[in-house]
Design a protein around this ligand. Structure first.
Ligand code: NAD
Ligand code: TYD
Length: 342
């Protein structure tokens, strides 16, 4: 079926991977891409779509109703039903520790504005892209299921949890046709080099030190971004309305293991590793039980970590110009504020 999808945050890491995947796998669909182009948004990611009439970029902010309406007007011009996939967010925990307010503005207020506009338009379906971090932190055993209580710990995860609850309220109160996805940590092309994997690849490539927080034994459950995008597409096409779907690949590793694998992949010495002061409130372990999406929608990750980490390292090596351009003055100022005193 031909569809029009309004993607928010489609110039960011996961959003741009999703837009590129849709353009390749659903070439008859129309895409309207609403993005404020914050430090994390980069139109260069979408260069291959330039001149394609079925992809319309709208430069706008989800906290401004007039910008959201402009995006819906562009979607309506294609005719037919409109669905929404909502990625736009402030997404980095360390930044949320420095200042929580932008997270409340975009993640909470922006989501409510998008929900209100989506209801007014009568969207066919709304996929809210959330995170496993809303469940808080696990001990040494166990997994997050969709029934795990929300116990978010950082300003980032708490703002995402608030947005999840606003989507839930729209579903419950207004019979709004939405699904919520909660995925574990992603890695892959176009990830901004403030997150663990691209930051370590970028630093190691330049023989700079690799700042590992605390004892390096915090565990994350890593999923290749292409697998996450395919899961979101499955929820968009087949998810049961009103449901939450966890997404993850049973690929848990302590941070120090990841860092050493990156060093080995680049042929760099472990002497580059520097243990630094821990992140305040650092969640110890995330691990996802993705049984529900596997059983109901038949989704499974296609990439193993052994395949996809080398692909990711190679992508950053082959796109060193992209990396140099995103690591501009603003990024360097952030890096100094984050790491100088550690
Ligand atoms: P990102 O920071 O790379 O990209 C966010 C995008 O949203 C950017 O293009 C930015 O310009 C845009 N944006 C920010 N504020 C906006 C606003 N007010 N209006 C319009 N656009 C705005 O983030 P990401 O890593 O691609 O994450 C995308 C979504 O997936 C987020 O909602 C995040 O919570 C969720 N998520 C991320 C991960 C991960 O590992 N990165 C894992 C699970 C869930
Ligand atoms: P990050 O990529 O920021 O994702 P999140 O905090 O949302 O899980 O961090 C992943 C893990 O890596 C987390 O346990 C914090 C750790 N980390 C470091 O040890 N050093 C770093 O420089 C960064 C950015 C993260």
């Amino acid at each position: 079926m031909k569809r029009t999808v309004l993607v928010t945050g489609g110039a960011g890491f996961i959003g741009s991977n999703f837009v590129l995947m849709l353009a390749a796998q659903r070439p008859d669909w129309n895409i309207v891409n609403l993005d404020a182009l914050t430090y994390a948004g980069n139109l260069e990611n979408l260069k291959s779509l330039e001149g394609r009439p079925s992809h319309v970029f709208v430069h706008g902010d989800i906290t401004r109703p007039e910008d959201v309406n402009r995006a819906f007007d562009a979607a309506k011009r294609f005719g037919g039903p409109v669905s929404v996939v909502h990625f736009a967010a402030e997404s980095h925990v360390d930044r949320s520790i420095l200042s929580g307010l932008p997270f409340v503005q975009t993640n909470v207020v922006g989501t409510q504005i998008l929900l209100d506009a989506s209801r007014a338009v009568g969207v066919e379906r709304f996929v809210h892209v959330s995170t496993d971090e809303v469940y808080g932190s696990l001990g040494a055993t166990g997994f997050f299921t969709e029934d795990t209580p929300i116990q978010s710990n950082s300003p980032y995860s708490s703002s995402k949890a608030a947005s999840d609850l606003l989507v839930r309220a729209a579903i419950h109160t207004h019979h709004f046709p939405a699904c919520i996805t909660r995925c574990s940590n992603n890695y892959g092309p176009y990830q901004f080099p403030e997150k663990l994997i691209p930051l370590m690849i970028a630093n190691a490539s330049e023989d700079k030190s690799l700042p590992v927080y605390g004892d390096g034994m915090n565990v994350r459950d890593w999923l290749y971004v292409v697998d996450h995008c395919e899961a979101i597409l499955a929820v968009l096409e087949k998810g049961r309305l009103g449901e939450v779907y966890n997404i993850g690949g049973h690929n848990e590793h302590p941070n120090i293991f990841i860092v050493k694998r990156i060093l080995a992949g680049l042929g760099k010495p472990e002497s580059l590793i520097h243990y630094v002061k821990d992140r305040p409130g650092h969640d110890r372990r995330y691990a996802i039980d993705a049984g529900k999406i596997e059983r109901e929608l038949g989704w499974r990750p296609r990439y193993s970590f052994e395949q996809a980490l080398p692909l990711t390292i190679r992508w950053y090596q082959e796109n060193s110009d992209w990396l140099a351009r995103v690591r501009n003055g603003a990024y360097r100022a952030y890096y100094a504020s984050q790491y100088a005193a550690r």
